[in-house]
Structure formats: structure tokens, C-alpha cells
Design a protein around this ligand. Sequence first.
Ligand SMILES: Cc1cc2nc3c(=O)[nH]c(=O)nc-3n(C[C@H](O)[C@H](O)[C@H](O)COP(=O)(O)OP(=O)(O)OC[C@H]3O[C@@H](n4cnc5c(N)ncnc54)[C@H](O)[C@@H]3O)c2cc1C
Length: 544
Amino acid sequence: MTFSYFNRPTIVQKFEKKQYDVVVIGGGITGAGIALDASLRGLKVALFEKHDFAYGTSSRSTKLIHGGLRYLKQLEFGLVKEVGSERAIVHKLAPHLVLAEKMLLPLSEGKGMGSFLTSVGLKLYDWLAGVKPEDQRRMLTRKQTLKREPLLKPDGIHGGGLYAEYRTDDARLTIEIIKTAAANGADILNYCEVVDFIYQDSKLVRVKVKDLLHDKVYEVRALSVVNAAGPWVDELRVMDKSKRGKQLHLTKGVHLVFPFEKLPVKQAIYFDVPDGRMIFAIPRGRITYVGTTDTDYKGNQEDVITSKEDALYLLEAVNEAFPSVKLGLSDIESSWAGLRPLIHEEGKSASELSRKDEIFISDSGLISMAGGKLTGYRKMAERAVNLVVNLNFSNRELQKCQTDKFKLSGGDFKNARQVKEYTKQLNIKLTAIGMADFTDYLVTNYGKQSDTILDYLSKINGKITHVELAKAELWFCVHHEMVVSVLDFFVRRTGILFFYMNRLPELVEPILNELKVYFNWSEERLAIERLKLEKATDEATLKN
Ligand SMILES: Cc1cc2nc3c(=O)[nH]c(=O)nc-3n(C[C@H](O)[C@H](O)[C@H](O)COP(=O)(O)OP(=O)(O)OC[C@H]3O[C@@H](n4cnc5c(N)ncnc54)[C@H](O)[C@@H]3O)c2cc1C
């Protein structure tokens, strides 16, 4: 059965009939990881996501699978070791989607940790993360640093460090984990909100789920329930009447996207900003994105957007570090804003809060997981599922955690070399139809699933343009990735709203029309979807 809206009725039927070992609430990276781990161990799993998969923080991060150099400063060695080691594992699971990327760390007079401490820190970072000798950090002279990044303000630069990180697409990583879990028996749906809990002898035994697409409510039986609702974790703890002790502290982080020619950095760079924080500038094809901010957030969690103030902060930081670029608000091509679901610590500012994950178990048995990183999703899932097993299924013969070896969908490559070989082959096919420019885009988004998209494309008569390509992608995403709305496609499956704004004007109407046909939408529904896209575009471009 494919992971498609058209199979929704079959999945809903299962929800009504089955008793699940684990019900996971939340289809971000945390919930996705837990659903995959639990299903691979042989547990019966259901996952509910109230928006689209990765709608929350998991489509709004810096999109790095990184060891978190800044956590060294906070002396969080355990966290650096865990997420640092995880990078190589996650890269192996999906080498087309998690790509090695060198990061430049310029060193400036009076800022950061200074050359000696940075050199030792990066060495420690490599050691903790088990980085291969050939990828270990290199310290650079002032001349080498400025040669690597000529845009840097030369005053005060006295050297630099070059170290290994990985880049990804957070929403695509989440959807591939979700699909892999579904292919391994988990029953998963988006647009299904857990609206209530049902108890027996004070123990949580069922969740009430509202199917937001069909306005129907049903009850799902669960032997254990994991709350992986990210910034909404505490809302569910309130529903469970168990929000006591530690609680969430939400901080907002914003990224701005510029056309590459406006900020032509030669490589990813992690630089100091005047207030003592550090931010990233990451080139990605035709754009460069910059982020992030880190400010306390108390607003509406359903509507987190980039404010002018956020944008001005980042613009000032970029213009200070790269004075020749002189960027202004009108240069912003797109943006995104997300919330970090961190654990509150008295007296600590947004930037000082730990990124460590924690688990809370309520008297009713609700297991809530908060904090953590995209990078650490696999280990977080392992901890959560270990706990579920120990608490509820210690008498069952179950598999051990297998997620360190289990390839994600689309990622059936042994290593980066095989990805290169596949890219070459795909490029030959795309060149033949005049679409060679899209080779890297397809491989990094879909991996080996690009073949399925190309098969579909080969059936289209006439000239192939990026519009036909997008239609073929849409067909794939509707039939294999549970897309049901225009933003699912433009934001979370393709990233077009962030990275390919130049394509959007020509794509909007053809994609809306295809969706109308697939889902038999009325004119009214079509207008609603068009409005949603306009609103999201205005927000991303700060025109709201
Ligand atoms: C600006 C920023 C930059 C970051 N950069 C990085 C980075 O580069 N690398 C890294 O490793 N980490 C990074 N992080 C951290 C990382 O993105 C988060 O830790 C991670 O995405 C959190 O995932 P999650 O699944 O816990 O939460 P979410 O992704 O928010 O998922 C929770 C989901 O639960 C759903 N939900 C809520 N309530 C219900 C309900 N009642 N019923 C059903 N579903 C519900 C929501 O709709 C949501 O989709 C960054 C975070 C931010 C904010």
C-alpha cells in the first residue's frame, strides 16, 4: 500500500480496529524517529500529526546535521559526543540527503574563543565525534582564511578553522523517516489531531483523534502513548493534567534567504555577530541562507513568522561580517521562522538554555519527549523506545534498536561515491530531455526515488520544462508522500518556497490545477488553497 491520501480510508479503518502498542503524537523529526524505531523492533505503531509532517520546528531549522560546536562552550561534552557521532550515522542512512560540508570558522580579535582555544576546541570536537583523520579540523592563517572567504571584513581577522559538518533538508529527512516507518508497518496520517485522552483506572488507554480533513473523531486504543509534539508538548501535558515540574521554554529562530549573487559566500561559514552570538551563512545552489536568531517566544505557536525586527538583526550581522554586500530588506528573497522546544532553566537566557532532550513520564503513563536536536533524532528515539519497552513490553521478545543500519527511503546507497555515480547516470537521462540543471535538486530531494519521477516524466508528451518536472514531482508526492495541500508541496516536500522562489510564479497555477484534479476540489477549495499560498509567500518575503 503506497503512502498516499488515496489510501487514507484503509489506514483510518485500522485505527478503528487495532490496539496499538505505541501511539506517537507529532509528525516532526522526534515523532518520526520514534515511530520508525518502534516499528522496526516489532511494535504496533500509530502516529498522528495535526498539520502536515514536519510542519512544526522540523521544517524550520538551520538544516544542519551538526555536532553543535557552541555546546562545547557550554561544556556539554556528552551532547557534543552524541550528536557529533550521530552525524556520520545519519549520513550513512541517507547519503543523498545528508551531505558532508566543510564549515569555515573565522577568528577575530577580541571575539569568540581565540586561536588557541578554538584549535583545542575543534580538536576536542573531532575527538568526541570520532571524525575520520582526513576530515579533521584544519587551522588556517589569516591569509588562508581571507582567501577562502574574500567577502569577510579583513579588519581583526587573525586566522580561522575549517571543520566537518553535514547539511540536510529537515522536512525531507522527516518525511523519509515517516515513509520508512510506514513501509515497516506503522499506521501514520497527517492532518489528524489528538484532541483528548481517555483513561481507565487513571491510566491512559485511548486517544481521541480528529481527522481534520473529514471532520470525524475516532478513538484509538493504545498500550502506550508518546507525546512528541515539539513546541506543543506542554499543551498535551495540560490535557493529561500532568504539567508539573519542568516545562518548555520556547525560543524563536529565524533564517533569511538571499539570491546567491547578493551574498556569494564561497562556502558555509559560522561567524561572530556584534552581540557575542554566532550565526551561519550557508550557500545552497542559487541562494545563500543566513541564521539564526534566538529570542524568547510567547506568541501564537500556530503562526510563527519572521518579523522586521528579526530580519534587521540578521541583516546588521551579515553587513558587519561581509561589509561589501550591503544587504537590505528588499534583498530578502524568502525566510522561515521556527520555535525551539527547549526545557526551561531558571535565570538562563534563550541562547544559554541547554539543547539536551528530556523525557517526562506522567502518572497516567503519558511519555513526553522535549528538547533535543534534529541531529540527535535517532538516539532520542532509541531512548524513548527503550523506555516504552521497559515500562510496557519487557515480557515481549522484541528486536533491538536497528535504526543505525536501516536505510531511509530513497537512500539505498552504500556511500557518497555511489550517490555521485547515480547522479552521473541521472544527469545523462536529464540532459537528454534538456533538464540537466535539475540533477542535483532531484538527487538531494528524492535520492533513488528520482527514477520514479523520471518514469512519470517520460510519459508526458511535448517539451519538458520545469513546470512538467514540478507536475511529475507533485504526482510522486501525492501518491507516495501523503501531500494533500499546496503548502505541503511547495514548503515541505520541495522547499520551493524557500530555495526556488524564482520558479514559483510559473508553478502556482499549474500545480493548483493538478491538485484540483487529483482531489476533485471545488472552485471554493481551490481559492482557499491559493490564498494559503499567497499568505505564506507574503510572510516568507516579509510583505505581510
Ligand atoms: C531556528 C532553529 C534552528 C535549528 N537548527 C538545527 C540544526 O541545524 N540542526 C539540528 O540538529 N537541530 C536544529 N534545531 C533543532 C531542531 O529543529 C528541533 O529540535 C526539532 O526539529 C524538533 O522536532 P520535534 O519533532 O520535536 O518538533 P516539531 O518538528 O515541532 O514536531 C512536533 C509536531 O507535533 C505536532 N502536534 C502538536 N500537537 C499535536 C496534536 N495534539 N496532535 C497531533 N500532532 C500534534 C505539530 O504539528 C508538529 O508537527 C533548530 C531549531 C530551530 C528553531
